[in-house]
Design a binder for this molecule. Structure first.
Ligand SMILES: *Cc1c(COP(=O)(O)O)cnc(C)c1O
Ligand SMILES: [Zn+2]
Length: 401
């Protein structure tokens, strides 16, 4: 029994195959690469029930992850986040069941920990000493801290407008941090130049193949936590879209393993902010790729991505699952964030709130039906962006009565 059943890397664009045994960024054709597994072989050796005895981290799915050797795991306890039923909200919206997969409880406070855990562990396994990445904040925070644990040097460039706490996380981890007076797309261009010049390994979203494998485990967990009967709809706040592509990849692998039914594939919904909605625009125009969204802005910083390198994969996942792409205004998502805290006791991040605002809208339109089971991803904790909340309080003097 091997630790991993990863067999090669394949290109979803030109179908070229690449070996797993050395550091690689993208395919020679420029497309992101995805990990291929020997699923037929694994199918005869592993049952879904075998997972039950394993520790509650994402490494419980190690056969379906790319890391070759267990001793190379760099872990901060990531994975197996709670799947919470939102009783008041489902009642209010008139949906049979509404769940929150709460990624705010992941190490470093966002689901970026999943990508970092697998990405950094693989980087370590492949002997990489220095990494570089552009980030809107949370990925930089996660990768910096995991890199610190792995003794890998990290170089981070993020927009000057990104959430202040994420800069502090990068700083305390000892990373080399630069702020750019621009967007993540500008940070990405700077990283590409610096990585080339200094020989750092560029771990930008989908410019290395392993981050998505970590994010894929959200799909495995949803399936396992729902006892292998999948929800009708999964709603995901989409920036680069790696989480959505990952969840789709997870379900396709589980179908091949015979652990879930093909007919049960959930409809995947990509949610974006009204002022940064390139995927939604492409979806509405029935396009296969998106175009750069100029002057993008939103309070939901993690989804402020004007052009995603994996946009064609996000759109394919939406089309293939009869899904949907929808945008919500900042005003609505911020109102939703407040409502969730007051109704459900959870301080979600603005990106997570956008997903719930989208559920509200899709329920109103009738696209989500009363008999549906819906899972929303809350991708991070609200505490990381607490400066956007105005404090409502009166100031008392010690002897006030
Ligand atoms: C990065 C991020 C997202 C978007 O994730 P993608 O997989 O790149 O689409 C959503 N929410 C939060 C909190 C994030 O940090
Ligand atoms: Zn290719």
């Amino acid at each position: 029994m091997s630790f991993s059943y990863a067999s090669s890397l394949y290109c979803p664009k030109c179908t070229a195959s690449h070996p797993l045994n050395k550091p690689i960024n993208r395919c020679t054709c420029g497309s992101p690469l995805l990990v291929q597994y020997s699923l037929k072989e694994l199918k005869s050796r592993l049952n879904r029930e075998d997972l039950k005895e394993r520790p509650p981290t994402l490494w419980r799915y190690h056969e379906l992850l790319p890391l070759q050797k267990e001793e190379n795991i760099i872990s901060l306890g990531e994975g197996m986040t709670p799947l919470l039923e939102m009783k008041k909200t489902q009642h209010e919206l008139g949906i049979s069941r509404l769940f929150m997969k709460d990624e705010g409880l992941a190490p470093t406070g966002s689901f970026k920990a999943r990508g970092a855990a697998v990405g950094i562990s693989r980087a370590k396994e492949l002997g990489i000493k220095e990494i570089a990445m552009p980030t809107n904040g949370n990925a930089g925070a996660s990768w910096s801290l995991y890199a610190a644990k792995a003794s890998i040097k990290s170089h981070i460039v993020m927009p000057a407008g990104s959430p202040p706490i994420t800069r502090r996380e990068v700083t305390i981890a000892g990373s080399d941090l630069h702020l750019v007076d621009g967007l993540i797309s500008d940070a990405g261009k700077i990283i590409a130049r610096l990585a080339e010049k200094y020989g750092w390994f560029d771990v930008s979203t989908l410019k290395e193949p392993y981050r998505i494998e970590g994010k894929k485990t959200m799909g495995f967990e949803i399936a396992e936590q729902m006892k292998w009967s999948l929800p009708d709809v999964i709603v995901y706040p989409t920036g680069g879209g790696v989480g959505l592509i990952g969840i789709y990849k997870a379900f396709r692998e589980l179908i091949e393993l015979g652990w879930i039914n093909k007919e049960d594939m959930p409809r995947l919904v990509a949610v974006q902010a009204e002022e940064c909605a390139p995927i939604v625009k492409a979806f509405e125009e029935k396009k296969r790729v998106s175009t750069f969204w100029p002057d993008s802005k939103t309070a939901a910083f993690g989804i402020n991505v004007p052009k995603a390198i994996g946009d064609f994969l996000v759109l394919e996942a939406i089309y293939r699952t009869n899904g949907m792409a929808i945008s919500v205004s900042d005003e609505r998502l911020l109102a939703e964030q407040r409502r969730i805290a007051r109704q459900e006791g959870i301080f979600v991040c603005p990106e997570g709130a956008a997903a719930f605002a989208a559920v509200r809208e899709l329920r109103n339109q009738g696209w989500i039906r009363p008999d549906h089971t819906v899972v929303c991803l809350n991708t991070g904790m609200g505490i990381k962006y607490s400066e956007i909340i105005e404090v409502e309080a009166t100031l008392l003097q010690p002897d006030d009565t």
